[in-house]
Design a protein around this ligand. Structure first.
Ligand SMILES: Cc1cc2nc3c(=O)[nH]c(=O)nc-3n(C[C@H](O)[C@H](O)[C@H](O)COP(=O)(O)OP(=O)(O)OC[C@H]3O[C@@H](n4cnc5c(N)ncnc54)[C@H](O)[C@@H]3O)c2cc1C
Length: 538
């Protein structure tokens, strides 16, 4: 590894002046089809039952959609209701807390139920920042076009329009809540590039943006006195006799008790899929990202969109091994860091979209054999981070990337001097539950917001566009759910008939694979330990 660092240092002066043109549309397509994991046929399969029957989806997700539920519908006493509320929000990340705030503001009695603690989520881990066209040289049209292009023009246009138009207001809203954005000495907001954006439009709070946003959201949530149930994941939705969503069954993870929440409206905000490890990739995601919301909505009859399109972030940590798959933010490349192979050469414009950049890294390592090998056999390419201080002046890395500097220092790596070894890591689910501009799904009374929802990002999300997505659609869904609740009575009857029917469909299709879903938490027990535990009868 040391030898390749010497080569990287030797080419720095040349690389600082080197311009690498963006790829043409045909070159991008070739790269994606040749190397992107979405195009590996063994990674996807046809789902055999449910609203998307016959469509291709990620294999690991398909397994969960074709699994049995955790409940036997016949054994749940649906008359013993524990909570009656106007709006039940499921999920305690950025989308869920935003939804709860807006539903509360619009007059609803709200209960938020979440799997872990409030804030344990992908949101709190977000690094680079939030995209919005706030600058004089930018426009809503440019942000719209970039987002559509990044999504391979498969995004739903009305959702993208909502995203882009609301984005500048979201930055103001977060500022009003007290979020401390990076600013220049004159007070103007700092904005950075991210892949696929033609303007600088990513607003950051160092490389700890999600932590800062979650801090102010949680403060606001607690100040409003909104009710929350922690360690209480939803394990099934309930419907009423008219097929409207009428609440959810929660599982208390500490006592194993079931809790029944009857609600006029339900909002799913359960986040992504990373801990299913699509295509066996490591992930940047938190432990609760196990696709639960997709399973619940699908079983209740809501179609999913683009669930064969997964985002692999180009710069996951490949060394040290303890950090495998952790995110190394794109904002580093947005501020001048370069991707370099073992011969000290760049091989792609670093501001190509993530799908394209990841494919280029995979090609460099797997086909061109220009990767750098770690002592334990992992391979990756270098991210030359020291260029940020060289270009921007000493202190820029410390000022803008305190998180990265600190995390690597823990392992004795000084990012001011040494490059970071990177390889793609699973990062985001591009698709999700199909929604309209107010987060409404095909099931009356059921809404979805944030990463669990599909259609906004098309087949590939641009950097910074998820944080804005969760706030835009969290606010819209919260308001719409509260308005729906005002014109709706509490359901008089609750049922799990859809679960029974789904079970029947599974049986008729001859599917019996022994899995139960939602998964709730990933199982990392090594096979030899499982065998040992089974042998001990534990
Ligand atoms: C490391 C990292 C860095 C990122 N950086 C950026 C960035 O800089 N800019 C950007 O735009 N995007 C970024 N993203 C993506 C973005 O942060 C996420 O897509 C977004 O925050 C998702 O928000 P969410 O509220 O939809 O889901 P989450 O924030 O993941 O919240 C989901 C919540 O639902 C809960 N939950 C799950 N299942 C259940 C259940 N069955 N019942 C009840 N609760 C449940 C979870 O515990 C969690 O609290 C990053 C993602 C990661 C992982």
């Amino acid at each position: 590894m040391r030898e390749t660092i010497k080569r990287l240092e030797a080419t720095r002066a040349f690389r600082l002046k080197q311009e690498i043109p963006r790829l043409t549309m045909a070159e991008r397509t070739n790269l994606l089809e040749g190397y992107h994991p979405d195009f590996r046929t063994e990674g996807v399969c046809q789902v055999r039952i449910g609203p998307n029957k016959g469509e291709r989806m990620q294999k690991e997700l398909t397994d969960l959609l074709e699994a049995s539920g955790r409940l036997d519908p016949g054994r749940v006493d649906l008359t013993r209701v524990d909570f009656d509320v106007d709006v039940l929000v499921i999920g305690g990340g950025g989308a869920g807390v935003t939804t709860a705030l807006l539903a509360h503001e619009n007059g609803s009695r709200v209960l938020l139920a979440t799997k872990l603690r409030l804030g344990d989520s992908n949101t709190i881990m977000a690094e680079g920042g939030i995209a919005a066209a706030t600058q004089a040289n930018d426009s809503l049209n440019l942000h719209f076009l970039d987002t559509m292009g990044g999504g391979l023009f498969q995004n739903k246009r009305d959702l993208v329009r909502a995203l882009i138009e609301d984005a500048p207001l979201i930055v103001e809203w977060l500022k009003d809540l007290g979020a401390m954005f990076d600013t220049h000495p004159n007070g103007d907001l700092v904005v950075s590039f991210a892949g696929g954006h033609c303007r600088r439009r990513v607003h950051s709070c160092k490389d700890l943006s999600g932590l800062e946003f979650m801090r102010v959201l949680r403060d606001e949530f607690y100040n409003k006195g909104i009710e929350v149930l922690e360690f209480s994941p939803a394990i099934e939705l309930m419907l009423d006799e008219n097929g409207r969503c009428a609440g959810a069954v929660l599982l208390n993870l500490e006592t194993n008790e079931l809790l029944l929440v009857r609600a006029k409206a339900v909002v799913l905000a359960t986040g992504g899929i990373g801990r299913l490890h699509p295509n066996k990739y490591p992930t940047t995601n938190h432990y609760g990202a196990t696709a639960d919301g997709l399973v619940l909505a699908y079983r209740a009859g809501a179609p999913l969109l683009h669930m064969d399109a997964i985002q692999y972030h180009p710069t996951g940590a490949a060394w040290p091994e303890q950090m495998l798959g952790q995110l190394i933010t794109e904002a580093l490349r947005g501020n001048g860091a370069q991707l370099v192979n073992k011969d000290g050469e760049r091989f792609i414009n670093e501001l190509e979209t993530r799908d394209v950049t990841s494919s280029a890294v995979i090609r460099e390592v797997r086909e061109r054999k220009k990767g750098i090998k770690t002592p334990t056999g992992m391979e990756g390419v270098w991210l030359d981070v020291a260029l940020i201080d060289i270009r921007g002046g000493a202190g820029k890395l410390d000022r803008m990337f305190a998180g990265i500097v600190h995390r690597f220092k823990e392992y004795g790596i000084d990012v001011h001097k040494e490059p970071l070894l990177v390889f793609p890591t699973q990062h985001y689910q591009n698709g999700g539950v199909e929604i309209g501009p107010d987060g409404q799904t095909s099931i009356p009374g059921l809404y979805a917001a944030g990463e669990v929802a599909g259609g906004v990002q098309g087949r590939n999300r641009l950097g910074g566009n998820s944080l804005v997505d969760i706030f835009v659609f969290g606010r819209r869904a919260g308001k719409a759910a509260a308005e729906y609740a005002k014109r709706t009575e509490l359901p008089t009857s609750l049922n799990l008939e859809h679960v029974r029917k789904y079970q029947q469909e599974l049986a008729e299709a001859g599917i019996r694979q022994g899995l139960r879903s939602p998964l709730l938490l990933p199982d990392y027990t090594r096979p030899e330990i499982k065998k040992h535990t089974a042998a001990c009868g534990a």
